[in-house]
Design a protein around this ligand. Structure first.
Ligand SMILES: [Zn+2]
Ligand SMILES: [Zn+2]
Length: 368
């Protein structure tokens, strides 16, 4: 079967031939790949960034944001049956640490995890994939159009879950209120796919969502946010240190811009007892200047917390597909507008190399 691969560290994506995988254990599921999203991680891999081929191989099949249809299941599989829509998660357990033993490779302690399409395991830009049921999430048929967003959605869900758990953990009264998020001022910084999906998950919970970016309000991403009841803050007009006075101080900030200086400046917008979760990965090593004493004073006097969040557990995928279903009921057809570009598999080179201004999410179509 056909697959799209790179040679880690060098070079453009190209076709490779792979043997079609089959079920070899009772806990496995075989998926026909329907479509696979392209994101910054793929484009960095192509530019020579972090990636690793499977042991003993020169090339890595890329792609980690997938949607598939179940073709066949092993005898012990109970969560899915042939014909179901489903996705596989990205990270695989190291087999050594406690989080991995709990199927939380997103919190792996040893760093010996693998990631499909990124680190040591072939990914999903191909026709068929097999994996274990513990990495599978089944999707309702209503999610056929948008299920390919489950992976970036899971990253947003983990960040929100961390913020909620930190607050519930240190203020246990909060955990008694299932509507803790309702009406809470939450800032999402960086309105790429993960930022917009974080805004969606927060709106589903009833939060008062503010989205920060630097594009004109009339452009597609701010308009998408406004349509789900969010408010837009143009960073060109309102810098981070003015957000609290001109809008509100925030209970939660989800950072999805990957700009180190912005992350620290955003603390000016964070209210007392607030928590900020960082999901963006800044590149480069350019030092930034900070008023360290003021920053520490603010954290201490404000009971503020900063957490980093990477990848996602199976449960976050499940939260994500549940929230997408709620969103579909509330704003029918709106989530699908995030998928702005679709490329046939044979046109993958265009999909990976082009990154037009109006792109939010591009996907490669493998099958209908
Ligand atoms: Zn991605
Ligand atoms: Zn581990």
């Amino acid at each position: 079967m056909k697959a799209i691969a790179i040679q880690p560290g060098a070079g453009q994506p190209h076709w490779v031939d792979r043997t079609q995988p089959t079920i070899t254990a009772a806990n496995q599921v075989l998926l026909r790949v329907l479509r696979v999203g392209i994101c910054g991680t793929d484009r960095e891999e192509i530019l020579g960034g972090r990636s690793k081929a499977p042991d003993g191989q020169k090339e890595l099949v890329i792609g980690h944001e997938m949607l598939g249809r179940v073709e066949k299941v092993g005898d012990q599989v109970t969560r899915a049956k042939p014909g179901d829509l489903a996705v596989f998660t990205v990270r695989r357990v190291c087999g050594e640490c406690l989080p991995c033993a709990m199927n939380r490779p997103d919190m792996c302690l040893t760093g010996k995890y693998q990631e499909r399409g990124i680190w040591g395991m072939d990914g999903y830009q191909t026709e068929y994939v097999v994996d274990q049921e513990q990495y599978l999430v089944r999707l309702a048929p209503e999610l056929a159009d948008i299920g390919v967003l489950a992976e970036p959605m899971s990253v947003a869900e983990k960040a929100i879950d961390e913020a909620g758990r930190i607050q519930a953990g240190r203020l246990p009264q909060a955990s008694a209120a299932p509507d803790w998020w309702f009406g809470r001022p939450c800032l999402v910084a960086g309105l790429g796919p993960i930022g917009l999906l974080a805004a969606l998950a927060l709106r589903v919970r009833g939060a008062a969502v503010y989205g920060l970016d630097i594009v004109p309000e009339a452009s597609a991403r701010p308009q998408w946010l406004l349509a789900i009841g969010g408010q837009y803050i143009n960073g060109q007009e309102i810098p981070p240190d003015k957000i609290a006075s001109l809008r509100r101080s925030m209970d939660v900030i989800i950072e999805a811009a990957g700009i180190a200086s912005l992350s620290f400046n955003l603390l000016d917008a964070l209210g007392a007892n607030g928590v900020m979760v960082l999901t963006g990965l800044p590149d480069g090593d350019r030092p930034i200047e900070l008023n360290g004493a003021a920053l520490v004073r603010g954290l201490v006097l404000g009971n503020q917390a900063i957490a980093g969040s990477v990848n996602a557990a199976r449960d976050h995928f499940q939260l994500g597909v549940d929230d997408m279903l709620s969103a579909e009921l509330r704003w029918p057809g709106h989530v699908a507008k995030l998928i702005t570009h679709r490329y046939a598999a044979q046109d993958f080179a265009t999909g990976f190399s082009q990154h037009p201004d109006d792109e939010i999410k591009a996907v490669i179509e493998w099958a209908r």
